[in-house]
Design a protein around this ligand. Sequence first.
Ligand code: 4NP
Length: 156
Amino acid sequence: MIRVLLVCLGNICRSPTAEVVFRSEVDKAGLGGLVDIVSCGTAGYHIDEPPDSRSQTAAKARGYDMSALRGRQVQRDDFEYFDFILAMDKSNLVELKQRCPKQYIAKLDLFLTYANNYQEIEVPDPYYGGQQGFSRVLDLVEDASTGLVEVIKARL
Ligand code: 4NP
């Protein structure tokens, strides 16, 4: 079992989008059941809330259902439990580094490290922008999800 934690700020836009997209890629690769996928936010503003309706709309247009997800904040035990702890942007990564016990620091990285087609290293926060930003999130996380599945397949 490989455990993957996807992290953004609020856990209502980017990381829950990444969670459903990555889960779909894992299932398509026949690895469902071998990869444990969870998302969370560094902040606690939206604990137990469903994903942002704009994220849900954009995801639905590509066949992903986010409706069952609920906001969760990163917790202390996560650093030990998960194998990959992947942040959507650099500020999320800085937050994680500040909280992460030293022995687990190597688990932290940016999610877009695994993207092959896009050169960006951060998934831009779409919260204060228009619907287009939410489609952009999907473009980026689809690319990184494909790349991460390849890496995990090689490890299993
Ligand atoms: P996320 O987006 O980190 O992609 O979930 C945000 C959600 C909420 C807020 C900021 C970003 N907020 O300030 O409440």
